[in-house]
Design a protein. Structure first.
Lengths: 145, 133
């Protein structure tokens, strides 16, 4: 039989239409998600070195004053506060996709870091935090006799 | 009002043009667009783009925002985990008003492009007085 789009229920599979509706629904809801915004935010990347670790995060639109970094043992916390979007009676909004508000994210590090040797930089909307493993926490090589 | 052109086939990822560069991804930057006092303001998030690697063109009423990202992997480090990917940014809008090209103001701070596009005088509403015959 020739299948045409006009008879969607003529399928032998009674669930085909249901699945189609479901995927259409998913597409619809998917579209509601703002582009650029990850489910977890701020999204971070980790880089591993010999005895150090680097974390990078995309935080466009912030200044150094809007970012608060705290570290304790193996936990790194980032608190960011986005600047208020522009307001006024004379403003007509067409699109609002960029992040606002404030958020806090705590991340567990693979090892304890030395709070005295943390290098944090912020350039072009990218936060880079380089952390060192404390001397007493580094794995020791044991000489075998 | 700015209407978006170019439908992205993957969410947040715009199709890349250009040959031989197929592995490079282009992302759709998140934007804020509002209008105030006859000026359209567009703000686009483009983290990781250096101010010199930004390319904004307005041809007739088609506005193209393009940002090129130089890979900035920390030296001597290997990738451990990734929640976001780096890539270029492309977004194209079709504007519904004529823009006064000489008055365009563009700023790029902390990874955010801010474009101020004042509408051309002809695009602003003009009152026409009707004379009685």
């Amino acid at each position: 039989m020739l299948q045409t789009a006009f008879f969607p229920l003529s399928y032998s599979d009674p669930f085909a239409e249901m699945r189609r509706m479901q995927s259409a629904m998913n597409r619809l809801l998917d579209g509601a998600r703002q582009p650029g915004l990850a489910a977890i935010y701020p999204a971070v990347n980790f880089w591993a070195g010999e005895d150090s670790i680097v974390m990078t995060a995309e935080l466009p639109g912030l200044t150094v004053q809007d970012i608060e970094l705290t570290v304790k043992d193996m936990m790194l916390s980032i608190r960011v506060t986005y600047p208020e979007p522009e307001t006024g009676d004379d403003i007509t909004w067409h699109r609002h996709e960029r992040a606002d508000g404030s958020l806090l994210r705590s991340l567990e590090l693979p090892f304890r870091v030395d709070p005295e040797h943390i290098d944090a930089r912020f350039q072009n909307g990218i936060l880079t935090v380089e952390m060192q493993r404390p001397e007493d926490d580094k794995p020791k090589h044991i000489q075998i006799k | 009002m700015a209407q978006e052109l170019m439908a992205s086939d993957e969410r947040g990822v715009a199709p890349t043009e250009g040959r031989g560069d197929a592995m490079r991804r282009a992302f759709t930057p998140a934007v804020d667009i509002f209008e105030r006092g006859g000026t359209t303001v567009i703000m686009a998030d483009m983290p990781g783009v250096a101010p010199d690697d930004l390319d904004v063109t307005l041809e007739r009423r088609v506005l193209t925002l393009r940002g090129t990202v130089k890979p900035h992997a920390p030296k001597g480090y290997r990738r451990l985990s990734s929640e976001y990917r780096e890539g270029d940014y492309v977004r194209v809008f079709s504007l519904s008003e004529d823009i006064d090209q000489k008055q365009i103001n563009a700023e790029f701070t902390n990874g955010v492009l801010r474009l101020e596009l004042p509408h051309a005088a002809a695009a602003k509403p003009r009152k026409i007085s009707v004379k009685a015959a």
